[in-house]
Design a protein around this ligand. Structure first.
Ligand code: NDP
Length: 476
């Protein structure tokens, strides 16, 4: 074989990834279950580089140089297993199989182990940036062994997005680490989107401003600390007018947010690891609430607000308050997501450089943002920082916005505007910094009804009080 890399699965993502490899001068073997997709890729884009199309998996494998590098880009789940099962018997020791689809990381751990047993490398790889990213440079998060990365990594780095000449691709860690980090990326994306949506709602209800006016505010914010892809597209969307009705586009969209499930995976894992990722969880539940149609209909009919029409006195001051509250809440959501990565690394045996994760998210992916540089810098100052919020830059950034953050959350509560992500982020901030938490009372309750024992602040040991008897305390 002569092809340097192969792609199987040529729907939007695989097709664009194959074109990206070809445009970088690689000879690319291409294959798809139904041959029509392979043919149309070569017909429409054959002039962009060198493609070697195959109709059968056997011919596809035979067209590749050894050790082979095969990228699978098909529907996650069963389809990925089906393709692996067809591919693996055709491969030889030392070949590298890359799963670039949105696999759930436990599947990646399982597949990596199975292929390792057969002498093959399996590289579960997160890819972010949608079809546009796949073509012009995505953010790439590969897992697998360091050995596999040594031969595959340079190619992936070449086709990834670049920021200041630095590739948005690095070896994340062994087996499922790449897909795990991609999952957390998506969770943070949920939180980021929800926070932006709440900021929009606050401005709309607080100021009575039009969608287009708020679009201007977001465009303005995009020139400062909040500069990011999501703020930029939000400004664009809010300024867009529906062609049919002439109304603000956002007003003609049904207000029920859907999801493909990566946010849910992130939250489930947060519960498994016991990491409070409240921003991501609230964002995921906010989508669920928006889709709770019967409940919303029933509630709308009977539940009063007992809130006055919001009257904001100083328009510019309010806008600045919302901006600061958004930034502070965003710092919390990211801090929580990076905590989850640290907890997962400890639990699943991965060595993940969190600063490098922020670096490879600066370009190509949905959460790309200026602010990620600050996160990389924080982990450069202290690689094992226990809490991103405790880094000097973030401590100052949040502290300076704290009065605004409290005003916004209090105002929202008083005026009946739901801000689950803003509010829970502030509650997290106050919780994590608290000298004492009412968890002490929870421990006492647990000991009372279930003899679950407690520890004391003044002595070592584990204790139980005879609540139903004479209330003597015994060491457990
Ligand atoms: P789809 O997820 O829509 O999957 C379609 C592809 O999967 C086709 O090539 C199809 O082949 C193939 N396929 C489905 N079932 C089987 C099977 N049983 N055996 C063999 N092949 C099968 O394609 P996308 O391009 O949208 O996404 C590809 C992967 O990339 C997915 O895992 C997705 O989650 C992930 N991803 C997608 C992003 C996006 O923005 N769309 C972003 C990042 C990752 P056929 O043509 O024969 O039907």
């Amino acid at each position: 074989g002569t092809a340097q890399i192969g792609v199987t699965g040529l729907a939007v993502m695989g097709r664009n990834l194959a074109r990206n490899f070809a445009r970088h001068g690689y000879t690319v073997a291409v294959h798809n279950r139904s041959y029509a997709r392979t043919q149309s890729l070569v017909e429409e884009h054959g002039d962009e580089g060198t493609f070697v199309p195959s109709e059968s998996m056997a011919d596809f494998v035979a067209s590749l140089e050894r050790p082979r590098k095969v990228v699978i880009m098909v529907k996650a789940g069963g389809p990925t297993d089906a393709v692996i099962d067809e591919l693996v018997p055709l491969l030889e020791e030392g070949d590298i199989v890359v799963d670039a689809g949105n696999a759930h990381f436990p599947d990646t751990i399982r597949r990596e182990a199975a292929l390792r047993e057969r002498g093959l490398h399996f590289v579960g790889t997160g890819v972010s940036g949608g079809e546009e990213g796949a073509l012009n440079g995505p953010s790439i998060m590969p897992g697998g062994t360091a050995e596999a990365y040594a031969s595959l990594g340079p190619i992936l780095e070449e086709i990834s997005a670049k920021v200041d000449g630095v590739p948005c691709c690095t070896h994340v860690g062994s087996d499922g680490a790449g897909h795990f980090v991609k999952m957390v990326h998506n969770g943070i994306e949920y939180a980021d989107m929800q926070l932006i949506a709440e900021a929009y709602d606050l401005l709309r209800q607080g100021l009575g401003a039009s969608a287009a006016e708020i679009g201007e505010i977001f465009a303005q914010w995009n020139t400062g600390d909040l500069e990011s892809f999501l703020i930029e597209i939000t400004a664009d969307v809010l300024k867009h007018t529906d062609a049919d009705t002439g109304k603000a586009f956002v007003d003609i969209i049904l207000d029920q947010a859907e999801q493909k499930g990566t946010g849910r995976w992130t939250v489930q894992n947060g519960l498994d690891l016991g990491v409070p990722i409240t921003g991501i969880a609230e964002a995921t539940f906010a989508r669920a609430l928006s889709g709770s149609v019967p409940q919303r209909e029933a509630a709308r009919a009977v539940l009063p607000a007992h809130a006055a029409q919001w009257e904001v006195k100083d328009r510019d001051a309010f806008i600045e308050d919302v901006r600061q509250a958004l930034y502070a809440s965003k710092v919390v959501a990211y801090s929580q997501g990076f905590d989850q990565i640290a907890a997962a690394a400890a639990e699943y045996g991965w060595d993940i450089d969190r600063g490098a994760m922020a670096r490879i998210w600066r370009g190509g992916c949905i959460i790309r943002a200026r602010f990620l540089n600050r996160i990389t810098e924080a982990y450069e100052r202290a690689a094992d920082l226990p809490l991103l919020l405790a880094d000097e830059y973030f401590t100052d950034a949040v502290a300076s916005g704290l009065p605004a953050w409290r005003r916004v959350v209090a105002g929202a509560a008083q005026n009946g505007v739901p801000t689950p992500a803003f509010s829970s982020s502030l509650a997290y901030y106050d919780g994590v910094r608290a000298e004492r938490l009412p968890a002490a009372l929870v421990q006492a309750q647990r000991d009372f009804f279930g003899a679950h024992t407690y520890k004391r602040v003044d002595r070592e040991g584990t204790f139980h009080t005879e609540w139903s008897g004479d209330r003597t305390e015994a060491e457990a």
